[in-house]
Design a protein around this ligand. Structure first.
Ligand code: SF4
Length: 311
């Protein structure tokens, strides 16, 4: 799951400015990229940034990041902090100066890569940690670290770190050997960058192609909807369309118009969260509202982890 509130591609003159968050958003949902492109080209207004649930998730993410920063300082590491807001160019210059100075840790390093003719890439790495591997800086180089609230490593976190590693390689002359993720329980997981390079390059090429040639996709519900600022719009669209995904628990890994028909969940495996969603929104699609069956959900003890349905 990506951090809400940090996405947002935009145009700088004729060129799109993209971030690792935009890339990860594309991998979760093509429709998100379609909407983001419309916003970037001034054909659609940004959604209001006032969703209380997203604000809570964002606050928790920031608190986790600050907690790790505090721990690093308490452990005696010298930390150079780059401002998290303000002029992008100035933040890039401060980052380049910090890389040359060589502190133990650089917090909120900012990169902008405007090389080549494609989109401009910007990125803000949570942390860069110094390692004793020689580079263009001298006897040391850096490896990127990102803090994530999740309890396990997700592909989205790895891809973001791959992009920071690519930016670091531009500066220090070679890619870092390891990338690191500090999970919600403060456990640090280190991964070998080389194992993810091919997937990262393929995913990035697909994303850049979609941004260049455009993308049109239906807002199928995906995991990222839970932290997406477009979710009201997409929910409303599905309701207006009486879309098949409104059928309780319908999986979206098979197209709704598939000749095999929709994939329905197995009854005993319906989790509690799904029954909550069902109570809030489920109506079986039909041609007339009069023909819709009346459904009611009776709560049963929590330990059974599903609700009984009677129609
Ligand atoms: S709410 Fe869901 S479907 Fe809509 S853009 Fe966001 S991730 Fe995609």
């Amino acid at each position: 799951m990506i951090k809400p509130g940090r996405s947002g591609m935009y145009l700088d003159g004729e060129r799109l400015v993209l971030s690792p968050t935009d890339l990860v958003g594309f991998l979760y949902c093509d429709h998100l990229t379609e909407l983001s492109l419309l916003v970037a080209h001034h054909n659609l207004a940004k959604p209001a940034d006032d969703d209380p649930e997203l604000t809570v998730v964002q606050r928790r993410g920031n608190a986790h990041e600050k907690e790790y920063l505090t721990r690093l300082r308490a452990d005696g590491f010298g930390v150079t902090e780059i401002p998290g807001t303000g002029d992008l160019g100035a933040r890039v210059q401060l980052t380049e100066k910090a890389l040359a100075d060589g502190p133990d840790v650089i917090y909120q390093a900012t990169f902008v890569d405007a090389g080549g003719e494609g989109p401009i890439w910007r990125g803000h790495a949570d942390f860069l940690s110094r390692v004793p591997e020689p580079s263009l800086f001298g006897s040391y180089s850096y490896e990127p670290e990102d803090t994530k609230l999740a309890r396990q490593v997700r592909p989205s976190a790895v891809l973001q770190l791959c992009q920071y590693a690519e930016q670091l390689a531009r500066h220090q002359g070679h890619p870092p050997e390891l990338i690191h993720i500090v999970l919600g329980g403060q456990e640090k997981v280190s991964l070998r960058l080389a194992e993810f390079g091919a997937y990262f390059r393929a995913a990035k090429a697909r994303f850049v192609d979609a941004c260049t040639n455009g993308v049109v996709a239906y807002p199928e519900p995906v995991e990222h909807c839970a932290v997406c600022s477009w979710r009201s719009r997409c929910d409303n669209q599905r309701i207006e369309d009486d879309h098949l995904t409104l059928v309780f628990g319908l999986r979206t890994d098979r197209p709704a118009n598939s000749s095999k028909g929709p994939v329905l969940p197995r009854w005993p495996s319906w989790p509690l969260a799904m029954t909550t969603r069902c109570r809030a929104s489920t109506v079986l699609p039909s041609t007339s509202s009069a023909a819709r069956p009346s459904c009611r959900f009776r709560p049963v003890p929590t330990r059974r982890r599903h609700h009984r349905m009677s129609c």
